[in-house]
Design a protein around this ligand. Structure first.
Ligand SMILES: [Zn+2]
Length: 255
């Protein structure tokens, strides 16, 4: 049955009269996230989601345990970071060579190893490179259903600018880059969701002052102060916290 988007939008309410939701996420467990990023987030009381690679967590296990204890979310980002063979780094873990059984086994193993290391099983997943397929051509298949079976939510990358909370698919949420943006550019993207009641999930990699794939530390500091100002009416929380609220609100709407 076709649903009217306007009626379902009208039925959706963010908690405590908030106008929109925003989540910060950072991928791959780069060292600068714990060294530079988390201290900034913690100064502002912002809880973020980190989609980690095990091989980067292990050398800095104490810092990642502390991040979890401070209320940040640790999510699954696979074990081998499989992406299209077009990425040079993915030649030996190319999604074109994966089957659905391969990707499911890898995701389940990453969950088990994170549970072992951190004492908590991830509740959300981020698709490496934002890519959601395995195989090629006539044999290509989406692994979104695999993620839907194992997680509350799955986050993509470089797709739509933000999510409609009444209608979005929690198993393939849109993620927008925070890397290499000025404070003004981060704010502009946030004003768009405030106008529409959306849920914006930022995705970053490094956190620092220079370099590519880097969320600028000064911009992040200023932006954290901006988004946590109660006058904004923004709900800032982890992907899991917002996804759980969205799921429960929709459940109530369908009762
Ligand atoms: Zn990644």
């Amino acid at each position: 049955m076709k649903r009217s988007s306007s009626s379902s939008d009208a039925a959706f309410r963010w908690p405590e009269g908030r106008r929109a939701a925003l989540s910060f996420s950072f991928d791959d467990a780069r060292a600068s996230q714990v060294d530079v990023g988390i201290p900034i987030l913690d100064r502002h009381g912002v809880k973020a989601t980190f989609y980690v690679m095990l091989y980067n967590v292990e050398p800095r296990l104490a810092q990642w345990k502390a991040a979890l204890a401070a209320g940040h979310e640790i999510g699954n980002h696979s074990l081998r970071h499989p992406c299209s063979a077009n990425f040079g780094f993915a030649r030996d873990s190319a999604l074109e060579d994966y089957t659905l059984a391969d990707i499911e086994a890898e995701i389940v193993e990453a969950n088990a190893r994170l549970q072992e290391l951190l004492g908590q099983t991830p509740r959300t997943f981020a698709y490496p490179c934002g890519q959601t397929f395995v195989g090629r051509g006539a044999g290509c298949a989406s692994y979104v259903p695999v993620v839907a079976r194992h997680f509350l939510a799955g986050r993509g990358f470089l797709s739509e600018p933000f999510n409609n909370p009444a209608l979005c698919d929690l198993a393939q949420l849109c993620g927008a880059p925070s890397d290499d943006l000025s404070f003004a550019e981060l704010r502009r993207r946030t004003e768009a969701i405030l106008a529409e009641g959306g849920w914006l999930i930022f995705c970053g990699h490094e956190v620092g002052q220079t370099g590519g794939q880097t969320t600028r530390s000064e911009a992040l500091e200023e932006f954290c102060a901006y988004v946590t100002d109660p006058a904004r009416g923004l709900w800032v929380d982890t992907v899991a916290a917002v996804a759980e609220y969205v799921r429960d609100q929709r459940g109530k709407a369908n009762d």
